[in-house]
Write a protein that binds this ligand. Structure first.
Ligand code: AMP
Length: 302
């Protein structure tokens, strides 16, 4: 087991200018696990309710994702309702029903506790914190969060920060968390609170990665059709940590490649609703798009 992921496992209602879905498979841990599973073995920690179809659990299991840490509790599955406007730049939350997450006490199964890579995907920072103490020899810990938790669980989030290696947030979240508008300064603020690195995602404008004293900037993969941005950030992070775990080291070279992989994986997710596009990929699709991204970002010497 190489990567442990804790986060939401959800049924989502999503509306975009290109259609809508109800009770669709989603959640930060689902998008990120599926994305990471193309590159390494993944263990998922989370909770679902009795309304969650066993077929979905089977689906995850069939994809190199171990689900012993996915509890099935009395009650209903986490449910998120959101919509996007024409520019699809930001998700508008209409409703968040924590349901079984409200009383969840995450337990990492013994067989997974020695995993070297951990992704604390977006969920209540108190739950993220509880997982930290259960890993015996973590080598790299990545943390995601969102506006809701920065607003209502700021103290809990600030307690997790010093214990993680890297934070991955979007530009609005970086500004909200740091209270600083300039993104270079916002990244520095985050690193001053503990993490060795930061990734700031900027939606269709790409991402900035800060690691030690180096910076890497990458555009998003240019697409002519985006149907549903839900899960793009989680897919990016899952692809990033999955690829990084596959490389096995924390060099800047590996960080750059992993950011490219994350960018490519996210570009697939947004082409259709829910996890549909993520499920139909093969390694050649991923490699081909990575090479295209590489060729459009290469510059000759000055
Ligand atoms: P993303 O578009 O990558 O930011 O993430 C979308 C996913 O986040 C959806 O599938 C939702 O189920 C999930 N989500 C939305 N709000 C929350 C929340 N408060 N905590 C955990 N997951 C959430």
């Amino acid at each position: 087991m190489n990567v442990i992921i804790i986060g939401s496992v959800a049924l989502d209602d999503v509306k975009t200018p290109f259609g809508e879905v109800k009770d669709a498979l989603g959640g930060s841990a689902v998008f990120s696990s599926l994305s990471a599973s193309y590159f390494t073995s993944v263990g998922l920690v989370g909770v679902v309710g009795k309304d969650f179809s066993p077929e979905y659990i089977h689906l995850l299991n069939s994809r190199n994702i171990q689900v012993e840490g996915l509890e099935r509790a009395e009650g209903k599955t986490f449910h998120w309702t959101g919509y996007y406007e024409n520019d699809m730049a930001c998700a508008h939350t209409l409703d968040t029903q924590l349901n079984v997450f409200a009383t969840f006490n995450p337990k990492v199964p013994k067989t997974m506790q020695a995993a070297p890579y951990l992704f604390l995907a977006n969920i209540d920072p108190d739950l993220q914190y509880k997982v930290l103490d259960q890993l015996t020899q973590p080598k790299f810990i990545l943390l995601d969060t969102m506006n809701l938790w920065i607003e209502i669980k700021r103290e809990a989030l600030l307690k997790v920060l010093p214990r993680v290696s890297m934070v991955v947030v979007n530009d609005a979240e970086a500004r909200q968390l740091s209270g600083v508008t300039n993104l270079m300064k916002a990244a520095q603020w985050i690193r001053d609170h503990g993490p060795r690195g930061v990734i700031i995602k900027k939606g269709e404008h790409g991402a900035l990665l800060f690691w030690d004293n180096e910076i890497f900037a990458l555009p998003a993969y240019p697409l002519d059709s985006v149907k549903d941005p839900t899960g793009a950030g989680d897919t990016f992070a899952g692809g990033f940590i999955g690829a990084l775990a596959g490389y096995g080291d924390l060099s800047m070279e590996s960080m750059r490649k992993a950011a490219g992989v994350g960018t490519v994986m996210a570009s697939f997710t947004v082409e259709n609703f829910s996890v549909r596009r993520l499920l139909e990929l093969n390694p050649d699709d991923i490699r081909a798009r990575y090479q295209q991204l590489q060729s459009i970002t290469r510059m000759n010497d000055f």
